[in-house]
Design a protein around this ligand. Structure first.
Ligand code: ADP
Ligand code: MG
Length: 481
């Protein structure tokens, strides 16, 4: 039995997403990223005596949006609790979080992996404030602290121990990032730390149901690192179990320079955070009407939009899924689809050459300047055999992406309109055949693969303007006479 068959990995993820509100969770300090250190820090963020926090309603709305998108039950009776611990970048000595009343309970996130679809079960989504940032690599002898981030609203999305491979975790975080961006509640930027993931991993004998001892790898800042850290941990724990050694419950950190993890502390028992309701913040009650209003405001969700693209435009599931990578991509598709009904061709153009161009330029879809009407005109040129697809994508598109010009005019100016005038084509075909008598003999003896050579010859003689489909038909007619 392979180790793969013998053991089963169990994974639960905690994802922190910074909410894209303009101000902090409990005061008006700006949340903008990249400001001078310690310039967005009022006495309320520092928790000075006499200050009073008050709750940012936008943050509450954003948390509910995510909960509704993840099929959670929304908690109507909420309060904030103080989670007490000491840390240099935690200026108040406690973090305001939710304890017994997470704003969203249960729910699930659907992922699509190589083995099919799966609903990853959520435990909860709760609201809390972020800590400041300790910077260890700025000064040789000191740690610097930037408190700008302290008090920024976060949601923490906690799954059940419901995933079983690094691949599932990879798809889950990808889906979470897509969802928060889709809802416009977080920019999803993992490099800037707007989205961070802690991975909890344990391993047990396949077929058993009790959970093994878990390790927690903290602060993974890319989806790739989530996958690499989990792969490394599964392997490490399996090796320990094989040697009969005990797995220590640990908090670990990931080293991206060699894709390994290392222990930062042993966690023998649960920390005692002395949670208690924050006496400065009144409990808050969400009315049914308030929640219903937020539900109304949700955009069409990715799964709904995918289903609609399939039903309305006859797209396959793969194309629909890819077009729903982001709202701007799907919207662009739908605008182009108003101009031409070659829907499959629109999807191919967007997901092929256009996406490739944007990737190369490291731009996202919102940066695309190609007018939907121009793309549809380009598609029509190909569909009506005026220009071949390869010429359209390699010669016309690069120019159209840079400059707003009429595709037909451009193709005409560049002499790229294909000739499908029968007489002219026939003349080129005759010339090509006369020029290669030996090849004609070989072809007639059965070397049918030579057709490409003849087509190439006609292309050359026509300076690329002969319609290759028509040329092939003509050549076959002549050669098989
Ligand atoms: P902690 O108190 O250590 O943060 P929680 O019970 O709150 O632990 O769970 C945190 C995350 O760890 C959740 O996503 C949960 O699903 C996951 N988890 C808990 N136990 C295990 C386990 N034995 N193996 C894998 N994941 C686990
Ligand atoms: Mg934890």
């Amino acid at each position: 039995m392979s180790l793969q068959e013998k053991y089963e990995a169990v994974i639960g993820l905690e994802v922190h997403a910074q909410l894209a509100t303009l101000s902090k969770l409990f005061c008006g300090d700006s949340t903008a990223f990249g400001a001078e250190p310690n310039t967005q820090v009022s006495p309320i963020t520092l928790g000075h005596p006499g200050t009073l926090p008050k709750t940012n309603q936008k943050a509450v709305e954003y948390a509910i949006k995510m909960g509704l998108a993840c099929h959670c039950e929304i908690e109507q009776y909420n309060y904030f609790a103080r989670k007490n611990y000491f840390y240099p970048d935690l200026p108040k000595g406690y973090q305001i979080s939710q304890h017994t009343t997470p704003i969203c309970k249960g729910g699930y996130v659907t992922i699509h992996t190589s083995t099919g679809s799966k609903d990853v079960q959520l435990n909860r989504i709760h609201l809390e404030e972020d800590a400041g940032k300790s910077i260890h690599d700025l000064d040789e002898n000191n740690t610097c602290i930037d408190l700008n981030r302290a008090g920024t609203p976060l949601i923490e999305i906690v799954t059940e121990p419901d995933m079983h491979s690094a691949e599932e975790a990879w798809h889950y975080v990808t889906e979470i990032r897509k969802l928060v961006q889709w809802l416009g509640i977080c920019d999803g930027n993992m490099e800037e730390g707007s989205l961070r993931c802690d991975a909890n991993i344990s391993v047990r004998l396949r077929g058993t149901t009790t959970l093994g001892t878990k390790v927690e790898v903290k602060n993974l800042n890319s989806i790739r690192n989530v996958k690499k850290a989990i792969e490394f941990e599964i392997e490490r724990i399996v090796q320990l179990l094989e040697k009969g050694e005990a797995v220590k419950q640990q908090t670990r950190s990931f080293d991206a320079s060699n894709d390994t993890t290392f222990a930062i502390r042993d966690k023998e028992e649960a920390n005692d955070y002395r949670y208690f309701p924050d006496p400065d913040l009144a409990p808050f009650h969400l009315t049914e009407t308030f929640i219903a209003g937020i539900k109304e405001s949700l955009p069409e969700l990715p799964a709904e939009l995918e289903a609609r693209l399939i039903a309305t435009y006859g797209l396959n599931a793969y194309d629909a899924g890819q077009l729903c990578d982001s709202i701007p991509t799907a919207q662009y598709f739908e605008v182009v689809a108003k101009h031409t009904n070659h829907y499959k061709a629109i999807a191919n153009w967007i997901l092929g050459p256009i996406r490739q161009y944007l990737n190369e330029q490291q731009k996202d879809f919102t940066a695309l300047t190609l007018k939907p009407a121009s793309l549809s005109a380009l598609i029509e040129l190909v569909q009506s055999s005026k220009v071949s697809f390869s010429v359209a994508s390699s010669k016309l598109l690069p120019l159209l992406l840079e400059k707003d010009v009429d595709p037909l005019q451009l193709a005409t100016d560049m002499n790229l309109i294909m000739v499908n005038d029968g007489n002219l084509l026939e003349q080129w075909v005759e010339e090509a055949i006369t020029a290669m008598p030996d090849k004609v003999t070989e072809y007639k003896k059965g070397k049918k693969g030579l057709i490409g050579l003849f087509v190439g010859e006609v292309k050359k003689r026509s300076k690329g303007q002969a319609d290759p489909k028509l040329v092939t038909v003509l050549l076959e007619q002549k050669l098989n006479q």
